[in-house]
Ligand binder design. Structure first.
Ligand SMILES: Nc1ncnc2c1ncn2[C@@H]1O[C@H](COP(=O)(O)OP(=O)(O)O)[C@@H](O)[C@H]1O
Ligand SMILES: [Mg+2]
Length: 253
């Protein structure tokens, strides 16, 4: 089925079904008006309803507990717009923006392009979520390169003291760009006040338990479980570059 997309300018966002995406799950006049103005101030001119997920019968890039993510345009630049849900347990998007800024400083995450109370503008990552990408990836070398890149990004996060917080089960938090680069997304629950466990969490998800780990093992072969556990334990005690590299070699990456 060919994915249809629908481009809508700001003025039309006051109408349904668009209003319900801008103020998900339920719009009120006042909130809707505020949000349309807020978008205008950010320089967003058009929203494009496309993607694999659906909200109010409209296609969107993604949906989570905090936000609805849609493709949008600022001038003629395509961007990803995260819209704060009206029922989100966060009052603003500012915390997430701060966390993405730190991630960006070590080349992790989609580029932060703007923020306001209810919106976060970021680089649009066109691609597939890891589980779907896995189904399509036929090259073992390519898969290994992507896995290594994800682990390297997690190591940089650990080293910077930024804990993502949702990587032990991350089917919706790694997007593989059409050109092959993996992007870690959703820094909503990220924190600089916890001991970071990005590498150990993602290792769990990619190599130890769950359907993704099973699929990866089928493609690149089982790892030596005992050696993995040992290397992870060592890394947990001391997240040095050396211990990280031993971990990579246990994974044969
Ligand atoms: N920069 C982006 N480019 C493209 N799609 C994205 C981007 N950021 C998030 N998404 C999609 O939107 C979904 C929800 O985003 P996420 O940040 O996880 O929201 P929530 O905080 O509500 O969970 C993601 O799982 C992903 O599929
Ligand atoms: Mg999420």
């Amino acid at each position: 089925m060919e994915a249809e997309s629908l481009k809508v300018s700001l003025d039309r966002l006051r109408e349904e079904p668009f209003a319900s995406v801008l103020c998900y799950p339920k719009p009120s006049r006042g909130e809707l008006e505020k949000r349309v103005k807020e978008l205008g101030k950010l320089g967003v001119s058009v929203l494009e309803f496309c993607g694999e997920k659906q909200v109010s019968n409209l296609k969107v890039l993604g949906k989570g507990c905090v936000g609805i993510v849609v493709k949008a345009y600022r001038g003629d630049e395509a961007i990803a717009l995260k819209i704060r849900r009206v029922d989100a347990d966060r009052a603003t998007m500012l915390h997430e923006a701060e966390m993405i800024k730190i991630a960006n400083s070590i080349n992790v995450g989609p580029r932060l392009l703007g923020v306001s109370k209810n919106f976060l503008l970021m680089q649009f990552v066109e691609g597939l979520l890891l589980p779907e990408w896995l189904e399509k990836c036929l090259s073992k070398t390519r898969l290994k390169m992507v896995l290594r890149d994800v682990l390297e990004q997690c190591w940089r996060l650990d080293n910077a003291g930024l804990d993502h917080g949702e990587l032990s089960h991350a089917p919706k938090h790694i997007i593989i760009h059409s050109q092959g680069k993996p992007f870690i997304v959703d820094f909503e629950t990220a924190s600089i006040n916890r001991r970071p466990s990005n590498v150990t969490s993602i290792a769990q998800f990619l190599f130890i338990s769950g359907t993704v780990a099973k699929k990866i093992a089928l493609k690149i072969g089982e790892r030596d479980k005992e050696a993995v556990i040992k290397a992870l334990r060592r890394y947990k005690v001391d997240g040095s570059r050396q211990n990280f590299e031993s971990l990579l070699s246990v994974f044969s990456l």
